[in-house]
Design a protein around this ligand. Structure first.
Ligand code: DX5
Ligand code: ZN
Length: 215
């Protein structure tokens, strides 16, 4: 069964507790938390004060996706605010190997994300050190975008790289995940499905999460 990580980016910020409880009471496994700085991506989402309140009520692991420049300076802060998985972007890290180990030293799982234009081969020298590879299947910055079809080729390359290097990284897919493409994504090796719009814009988010989990 896939790990389901609803993205709070599509939640109702005027009543965030309601949506946190919804995820708590659903078959979802993780909270996916998108932090955007208006520099690495064109959008700004939320930061530490909001995360502090999420941590208060969330009863499942916090999967924190950092779409920010110079993320290293904030690892400890995010870890202290309850991040269980800290994911950084390949494109934002000059010394990716160092950043991966800095995350692990804090006791969190280290995730590395690839933008749609970044080849999988960029991870070949660190794939054995990574806990989660987050494949962006839209250009990061916004929820509710259309899935980029070239992602399937990248997933094939990524599963081949993981096998070739005898690595154990899990594959997380983020952007445009729907009830229609979820099965295919699992068949292509995805272990973790992030879903924002599909969950929170649906009539019955708890049921939608159940369907994704049992697809
Ligand atoms: C986009 C974020 C995603 C976003 C996904 O930059 O990383 O996590 O919330 O949203 P959907 O599932 O609506 O495409
Ligand atoms: Zn994300």
């Amino acid at each position: 069964m896939p790990i389901i990580a609803p993205s709070l980016l599509s939640a109702d910020f005027s009543n965030l507790k309601k949506d946190i409880d919804l995820v708590n009471n659903s078959e979802a496994d993780w909270f996916h938390i998108d932090v955007m700085d208006g520099g690495f991506v064109p959008n700004i989402s939320f930061g530490f004060p909001v995360l502090k309140d999420i941590q208060k009520y969330a009863e499942k692991p916090l999967d924190v996706h950092l779409m920010i420049v110079k993320p290293d300076q904030y690892f400890k802060k995010f870890r202290d605010l309850g991040a269980d998985i800290i994911t950084i972007h390949y494109e934002a890290c000059k010394h990716l190997h160092r950043s991966i180990f800095a995350i692990k030293e804090l006791g969190a799982k280290a995730g590395v994300s690839l933008n749609p234009h970044t080849p999988v081969s960029m991870l070949s020298e660190v794939i054995r050190d990574i806990d989660v590879v987050l494949v962006m299947s839209v250009n990061p910055g916004y929820g509710g975008q259309k899935f980029i079809d070239n992602t399937y080729d990248k997933l094939k390359e990524l599963t081949a790289l993981i096998e070739k290097k005898n690595a154990s990284a899990q594959i997380e897919i983020d952007g445009g995940v729907t009830l229609e493409n979820a099965k295919k994504l699992i068949d292509f090796g995805c272990d973790i499905l992030v879903a924002g719009n599909t969950v929170f814009a649906s009539k019955d988010p708890i049921e939608t999460i159940r369907e994704l989990k049992n697809i």
